[in-house]
Design a protein around this ligand. Structure first.
Ligand SMILES: *Cc1c(COP(=O)(O)O)cnc(C)c1O
Length: 372
């Protein structure tokens, strides 16, 4: 009998990540609101920098990403030497798990936390430990109650995807204060640019001072560069050193570095992106709330919307209804939120289309199933 190669324990428990659907069948101009992408897209300056790279694509990129790290350091008032760039922040999350957790170790994240955390944990061979949330929000005490001497990492998306909620600065500090020093606290601030709440802290200060805290960021969300894959991490020198040892030598590619540098220099574009998002998001939240739908308060560029339990009016029926109208939202079964949809915030006319469609959905007779 031939014996097939067997992967390490834990690998086959991983459900491969499935991204948001890109199109609705039969619709040429789909409104894609399934992947939390920027409504305005990338800055024209970033697009130009990307295009200009064509003739030099045979050159290896700067493996140290020094120019971009310098610009990030200047913009955020932090030390460039403590920044590591990655192929999306996903890669950095994976590297952290691989570097700090292995078989027998525990990694904590929250019930509706970002799906990459279980992926990264299991692929490192470590044991996932899930802390409950309160009102779709991370609960500091519940996380701390899960800490054991085997805990190596805590992943916290702040704000979180797909819930859109955050914990304020004081709670973040309390979480860190309650963790043993050997536990790495990973603050995933992928949506930080969008958050305008006065009590929000992306974690820059903690990651700058504490020996066991890192903050990850991305150019995929507000900066609108998801296709290029560029994330970065800021943290203590010892952790930064570890990541440099295990990352690929050219993990941040040349096109991503060039476009990100130009995007960083166009803060007006980011401000426009965030202003548009806030007005569309808040208007849509109010409109859907008025329909009786459960809208979780969001500081991000998407809304978590809870639908009624009756078959004709549930999340699956709503998803079909939207898809028939060319609108693609995200089903959330893998996040244990099967009664919800995550709906991205698009342009004004796209937001209007979502509001109108869900008004029709809620107004239609409930007993006609999903075929209306
Ligand atoms: C989108 C997202 C990321 C990662 O994005 P990259 O494209 O890999 O940089 C990380 N964390 C959360 C919570 C996200 O929603």
């Amino acid at each position: 009998m031939p014996v097939a190669p067997v992967p390490r324990p834990g690998i086959m428990e991983i459900s491969p990540y499935v991204g948001g659907r890109a199109s609705a069948e039969g619709h040429s101009n789909t409104i894609k609101l399934s992947s939390n992408e920027s409504a305005l897209g990338p800055s024209p300056k970033a697009q130009a920098a990307y295009r200009e790279l064509g003739p030099t694509l045979h050159r290896y990129p700067d493996g140290g990403a020094s120019e971009l790290r310098g610009a990030l350091g200047a913009l955020h008032g932090i030390e460039a030497e403590r920044i590591v760039c990655g192929n999306g922040s996903d890669e950095l999350l994976q590297l952290l798990a691989r570097a700090y957790a292995g078989p027998g170790d525990e990694v904590i994240y929250t019930r509706h936390g970002f799906l990459v955390y279980p992926l990264a944990t299991l692929s490192a061979g470590a044991t996932p430990v899930v802390a409950p949330e309160t009102d779709c929000t991370a609960d500091v005490d519940a996380i701390l109650a899960k800490v054991t001497e085997r805990t190596r990492l805590v992943f916290l998306a702040n704000p979180n995807n797909p819930t859109g909620t955050y914990i304020p600065k004081g709670a973040l500090r309390r979480l860190w204060g309650g963790l043993p020093e050997h536990v790495v606290l990973v603050i995933d601030a992928a949506y930080a640019e969008y958050v305008s709440a006065a009590d929000y802290d992306p974690g820059l200060d903690l990651a700058g001072r504490a020996p066991n805290v890192v903050m990850t960021r991305t150019f995929s969300k507000a900066y609108g560069l998801a296709a290029l894959r560029l994330g970065w991490l800021y943290g203590p020198p010892a952790i930064v050193d570890v990541l440099h040892r295990i990352r690929g030598p050219f993990n941040a590619n040349g096109a991503a570095l060039a476009a990100a540098l130009a995007a960083l220099g166009d803060q007006d574009h980011i401000a426009r992106t965030c202003r548009l998002n806030e007005s569309c998001r808040d208007a849509l939240a109010a409109r859907l709330g008025a329909l009786g739908l459960g809208v979780v308060p969001s500081v991000c560029n998407f809304l978590l919307v809870r639908f009624p339990a009756d078959p004709g009016r549930d999340a699956a029926a709503a998803d079909r209804f939207l898809t028939e109208r060319g609108i693609v939202a995200r089903r959330l079964e893998p996040y244990h939120l099967a009664d919800c949809l995550r709906i991205g915030i698009g342009l004004e006319e796209e937001t209007e289309a979502v509001g109108r469609a869900l008004e029709q959905f809620m107004a239609a007779p409930a007993d006609s199933g999903g075929e209306r």
